[in-house]
Design a protein around this ligand. Structure first.
Ligand code: ADP
Length: 283
């Protein structure tokens, strides 16, 4: 077990009587530590591209007479500023996901609609890397577009939170896979016999590099990256999964991961299934 921090206060309560108050401040301490680490991480992450930009600017000034060099270094400036923008956007997303509890709008949503939106948001990245995105529902292929009478499941979630979560998982699956591989997005309904309600699982399954066993417990931490060098090169921030986890939990769901190095990873979001509007009306 981790260390506990106790605050002790002695108070005179009249005459020569004293009372000792002991409060457990371990949680507060842990929270303060986490906040300090977070600020340190953010500063470090922001300083890296900011430092690179100022160095590149100097280089451009020095190379003013060499158009090729100017072009090359300007391109690098653009890349580094993109990185800064992405990081700031991710920080805003994280803040939103953390503050969201209670302010989210839980709506009845079609799981298929959420998955389609998340796939659509990743279409270009997948295409650029020749990666096929293959959705299925209870093992059967799903058409690209809404089809009359197709099987579906209903969840009760904030639309933006759950779409962000699925979108991030697909984005990572593409990111950490080789070209010409497949990313499957499998929706399955799980019903316990004789029990009301069930759950619906959304799995994002890749054939990518996988996650070492030693890292698997840490990947949902803010700023944790298995390979910071690779991740930075490919534009990772280490915030995506932290945001994803918040989003899923805000929707009353859970997220788990299975992975084996060089084989691939499977991220599973599980959410309670609810009655659709139509089913509700009929009952
Ligand atoms: P990043 O922006 O670096 O991708 P994330 O929070 O999304 O940050 O992920 C944290 C780390 O988990 C990544 O840096 C990567 O090492 C690992 N990871 C996440 N998804 C996958 C995946 N599908 N396959 C392999 N590794 C992954």
């Amino acid at each position: 077990t981790s260390a506990r921090y106790l605050k002790v206060r002695v108070s005179e309560i009249g005459g020569d009587q004293y009372a000792i108050f002991v409060s457990d401040i371990s949680e507060q301490r842990r929270f303060a530590n986490m906040r300090r680490d977070f600020v340190t991480n953010v500063s470090h992450e922001l300083k890296t591209p900011a430092g690179a930009i100022s160095l590149l600017a100097e280089t451009i000034t020095d190379a003013a007479n060499d158009p090729d060099a100017v072009r090359y270094f300007s391109g690098r400036v653009a890349k580094e500023s993109e990185r800064l923008t992405e990081l700031v956007q991710r920080l805003i997303d994280l803040q939103k996901a953390q503050d969201a509890r209670g302010t989210l709008e839980a709506k009845r949503l079609s799981v298929l609609a959420v998955v389609r939106a998340a796939i659509e948001a990743n279409r270009v990245q997948a295409h650029n890397r020749h990666i096929e995105l293959v959705p299925s529902f209870d093992g059967k292929p799903v058409a690209d577009e809404l089809t009359e009478g197709e099987p579906d499941a209903t969840i009760r979630c904030d639309e933006s939170a759950i779409t962000t979560a699925v979108k991030n998982l697909i984005e990572n699956a593409i990111h950490y896979s080789s070209e010409r591989t497949t990313v499957r997005i499998a929706i399955t309904r799980q019903h316990q016999p004789n029990q009301p309600g069930g759950t619906v699982a959304i799995r994002v399954i890749d054939q990518g590099i996988g996650i070492p066993a030693a890292s698997i417990d840490r990947i949902f931490e803010r700023f944790y990256r298995v390979d910071p060098a690779r991740s930075r090169q490919t534009g990772g921030t280490g915030l995506g999964l932290a945001i994803t986890k918040h989003c899923v939990e805000d929707c009353g769901g859970t997220i788990t991961v299975w992975s084996r190095e060089r084989e691939g990873s499977t991220f599973t979001i599980e959410l309670p299934e609810v009655a659709s509007q139509e089913e509700e009306r009929q009952s």
